[in-house]
Design a protein around this ligand. Structure first.
Ligand code: HEC
Ligand SMILES: [Cu+2]
Length: 362
């Protein structure tokens, strides 16, 4: 008996440490998410207690011994209204509270630093704006909002960081995003939480949260020598995009400087705002949405550029711009010795804080 309890205790201890039911709270949103979660648990517990008490109380009170003959009760409007309105109120609180947190988690602040994450069977690849790549790991600094822009190269995956209480699907053919602000340094679990094939369970990794100084050092030590935007600039030339998008008056394609964050009118009269997702679409399916005033002569690049390549092109086009998000990208780039490139030069000349919607191009 003694032996068994010892084994059980060991098992419990292992289980508690290895499969923590309650991961650490390492992001700004985590305590808020947990508050809602504990509220729901509390409401459930209170409900459970009331039900158990009533079931036990009534079975004693109305047992056959005490009440040999059943009495017909006709109901009570007051009672029914009470047990409808109170739970309704509680559920509405959960709904509104949950919705507020939901919108917070999925609406990145304008000054967030953008990191791209590409999921594929069976690994995660993260790409920092400065060109640093990492596999099944993600380094982030504390105290700074980080936006993840996710995409999958094959099937559905889901990027989940329990310690941040954050999770987002990586979907083939479409950018999705989520953001967080890490608050505690340390190494946390990264999981794929969407069953994605044989080695799904191996699609895990480490989220390494560092102080801003450590993160800077890490960026410098992991540089690939070329930022995403610089790589994009290289692709822009080698794929001959520059043949049509050269910014000259007689160019066959529109100038791309300033297009990110602007609103375009298409030939079908539709108006679209140009974000990362639209740029990706414009490169891969140009005939689907032709900009007004231009003929549909741009060839499709579907199948010719990898997702990583598209990301670089998108970053390059964003860097031709002058807005907050781009300045963020460039600040990260300027941490690196290779920052003397063209992209960085654009950034230093833009001190203003124009908003994303600030520019309207027709
Ligand atoms: C044969 C000329 C040509 C080539 C080559 C070309 N484009 Fe285009 N591109 C156009 C034209 C014309 C439009 C406007 C009509 C449209 O939307 O299709 C356009 C539109 C775009 C847009 C939408 C933004 C806007 O202002 O309309 C983006 C982004 C873009 N091109 C990026 C690229 C990239 C990146 C490449 C290289 C991988 C490339 N283009 C190669 C001609 C070209
Ligand atoms: Cu997966």
């Amino acid at each position: 008996m003694d032996h068994i309890s010892q084994v059980l205790w060991q098992f419990l201890e292992k289980w508690l440490t290895n499969f923590s039911l309650y991961p650490p709270e390492a992001s700004k949103i985590a305590p808020q998410m947990d508050a809602l979660y504990f509220f729901m648990v509390l409401v459930s517990l209170i409900g459970l207690t009331i039900v158990i008490l009533l079931v036990t109380g009534f079975s004693i009170l109305y047992s056959k011994k005490r009440h040999p003959v059943a009495v017909q009760i006709e109901g009570s409007t007051l009672l029914e209204a009470t047990w409808t309105i109170i739970p309704l109120g509680l559920f509405l609180i959960m709904f509104v509270w949950g919705a507020l947190i939901y919108f917070r988690v999925y609406t990145p602040p304008a000054n967030a630093m953008n990191i791209y994450v590409v999921g594929k069977q069976w690994m995660w690849k993260a790409e920092h704006p400065g060109g640093q790549h990492e596999i099944n790991a993600l380094h982030v600094p504390t105290g700074r909002p980080i936006q993840l822009t996710l995409i999958s190269q094959d099937v559905f995956h889901s990027f989940s960081i329990p310690a941040f209480r954050v999770k987002r699907e990586a979907i083939p053919g479409r950018y999705t995003s989520v953001w967080f602000e890490a608050t505690k340094t340390g190494t946390y679990h990264l999981f794929c939480t969407q069953y994605c094939g044989t080695n799904h369970s191996a699609m895990i990794g480490d989220i390494v949260v560092q102080t801003p100084d450590e993160y800077k050092k890490w960026l410098q030590g992991s540089t690939s020598g070329m930022s995403l935007a610089q790589n994009g600039e290289r692709l822009f030339a080698s794929l001959s995009c520059s043949a049509c998008h050269n910014g000259r008056a007689d160019a066959r394609g529109p100038a791309l400087a300033g297009v990110y964050g602007s609103k375009l009118t298409l030939t079908n009269g539709q108006s679209v705002s140009v974000d990362e997702a639209y740029l990706r679409e414009a490169i891969l399916n140009p005939s689907e949405h032709v900009t007004q005033g231009y003929s549909p002569i741009m060839p499709t690049y579907q199948g010719q550029i990898s997702e990583d390549g598209v990301i670089s092109l998108v970053e390059y086009i964003k860097n031709l711009n002058s807005n907050d998000r781009v300045e963020q990208t460039l600040t990260t780039t300027t941490l690196l010795p290779e920052s003397e490139g063209k992209a960085a030069a654009v950034g230093t000349s833009t001190g203003q804080t124009s908003t994303k919607q600030g520019m309207v191009k027709q």
